[in-house]
Design a protein around this ligand. Structure first.
Ligand SMILES: [Ca+2]
Ligand SMILES: [Ca+2]
Length: 359
């Protein structure tokens, strides 16, 4: 299927038809970049004429998109002059090269083979004349740029080209959603074509999301329709085709969403108790620390919990009720406990002889 939306490497082609000359507004390319396009194909001109919007698009796209130039092949404007078919082809190549020689773009130039009402029908009668013009252009272009041209046409025009053109790669306009690679291969084989289809033009509808509505205006152009093209061979081949250049920023490819991993719960750190300290307000530096700790271990005092902290409140007055509880608890002390308290008091008294005398 050639549905535009199904292809990864999406391109579009523009000419002066995308810029309304009666408005001051000039098309931008940033919206096309955001929309995920991978490249731009720009008409350089036709006959002796440079496309009015060529310079605008070519300069604007530089460094943003890989650029492909194309030239509409004029097969009639030399009629009635002394210029030969071949010379007319060469002259067109010169006009085209004059526009591109300083900045030839990243993708090969295509010769646009299309009927013109000025030139009349493309029939078997003019086939050899047409090929002489094209041959003049092709050889002259190779001389200028060192590169081969490609041919843009629809499947119905492949008969027009003589054998020495059939090595050229194609930019094929096949506006049919049911086209498959097999159909393309069969078509080329039936014409004895040896080149490849490098780019496929799938529509001029400008409908990039296949909802039936064109996006040309939304994409920043002044025409709702827009020619849409694809590079069927995919990403790696496209990079080769553009000399390694892909749009910057690279088009967003939305991957299948992966299930979010369930985060490991952060362990809540255990509060690090100061060794041996029972009451938050009686640190080891407090003068009464050893006594209070011992009284706690002996079950005489228990403190009180305030805001999640166990407090002793060493500077608070002892109430009658608290003293009663402490005395009752003291009564339960074993002889060993009492002996230990006595030792502590004796030690303390040695260091603080005049301060307090234990009861
Ligand atoms: Ca305009
Ligand atoms: Ca649409």
């Amino acid at each position: 299927m050639t549905l535009f939306i199904n292809y990864l490497v999406k391109l579009f082609d523009v000419s002066q038809a995308q810029d309304d000359p009666s408005t001051e507004y000039r098309p931008t390319l940033l919206k096309a970049l955001e929309a995920g396009f991978w490249g731009i194909i720009v008409r350089v001109g036709f006959g002796r004429v440079v496309d009015r919007a060529f310079r605008w698009f070519w300069t604007l796209a530089k460094g943003i998109f890989p650029r492909k130039p194309y030239w509409y092949g004029d097969y009639y404007s030399h009629r009635g002059t002394t210029e030969t078919d071949e010379q007319w082809g060469e002259e067109q190549a010169d006009v085209c090269w004059n526009e591109l020689k300083g900045d030839p773009g990243e993708m090969p130039l295509a010769w646009d083979a299309e009927y013109s009402k000025y030139g009349g029908a493309l029939t078997a009668t003019i086939k050899s004349s047409y090929n002489r013009i094209l041959r003049g252009f092709k050889n002259r272009w190779k001389l200028h740029s060192g590169k081969d041209i490609e041919i843009y046409c629809s499947p119905s025009l492949l008969w027009l080209f003589e054998d020495d053109m059939k090595d050229l790669d194609l930019y094929l306009a096949w506006w049919n959603n049911s086209v498959t690679q097999q159909m393309i291969d069969d078509l080329l084989a039936s014409h004895g074509w040896r080149g490849k289809v490098k780019i496929l033009q799938v529509t001029n509808s400008g409908d990039i999301d296949n909802d039936g509505l064109p996006e040309g205006i939304e994409l920043g152009f002044e025409s709702s329709g827009l020619d849409l093209d694809v590079f069927p061979e995919g990403e790696a081949a496209y990079k080769q085709y553009t000399g390694g250049f892909v749009p910057n920023p690279a088009p967003v490819i939305i991957p299948e969403p992966e299930p979010l991993p369930i985060p490991e719960p952060e362990p809540t750190p255990e509060p690090t108790p100061v060794p041996g300290q029972t009451f938050a307000d009686v640190p080891p530096t407090h003068w009464a620390f050893p006594f209070i700790e011992q009284l706690y271990k002996d079950g005489v005092v228990s403190g009180s919990v305030v805001n999640g902290q166990l407090l002793f409140s060493p500077n608070a007055n002892v109430t009658r009720a608290q003293l009663a509880v402490m005395l009752v608890n003291m009564k339960r002390l074993t002889a060993l406990d009492r002996a230990h308290l006595d030792i502590l008091f004796a030690e303390w008294q040695k260091n603080h002889p005049t301060t307090v005398t234990p009861a």
